[in-house]
Design a protein around this ligand. Sequence first.
Ligand code: NI
Length: 207
Amino acid sequence: MKREVLKFPDPRLRKKALSVSAVTPELQALADDMLETMYGENGIGLAAPQIGESVRLLVIDTRPTDEDGQPTDEGMTELERQVKQPIIIFNPEILVAQEKTKYDEGCLSVPGYYESVERSRYIEAKGLDREGRELLIRTDGLLAICLQHEMDHLEGKLFIDRLSFVKSERIKSKIKKSGYPTPQEVEEERAKVREARAQAKAKSTET
Ligand code: NI
């Protein structure tokens, strides 16, 4: 079942999420709802607190899609390709984080806003999969960024908290004052960001 995605400044997004002691059928159903919600919103990741559930659970699928909407591995790094997606991960923990990178991030809980955020370029993370088995992920690229972004949600933290104080306050007060852009405006902004990313990628491979 598709669920409603909470938006900043909803206080439920600010709670530290609780660890899972065992993966129960109820938690598996929650993970399935989250995947449906994420795909329904054209997102690449979703954390349980974003649908009001205080659980340390993430779902992620950063694979690009072709014209028919089928997942491809085009443009993914070697490491990203080795990770089976979609990912369902309970109690995620980062074991190793190396080097820094910057990426224009967005968030389903802050629709229409995209800002450059610094994250680790390479990470190793562990957690439990949908069956409660140990899951180990070694990755870089967009998947590494997405994992770090989603893990922030489990601490009650949003990407707009990671900007400079001035920028962060400007965005927060604008949203509190005038709300969010319309779904159509959000879609237009998304298309612009996608185009800019494609151009940046083309440029970086032109050398
Ligand atoms: Ni987010």
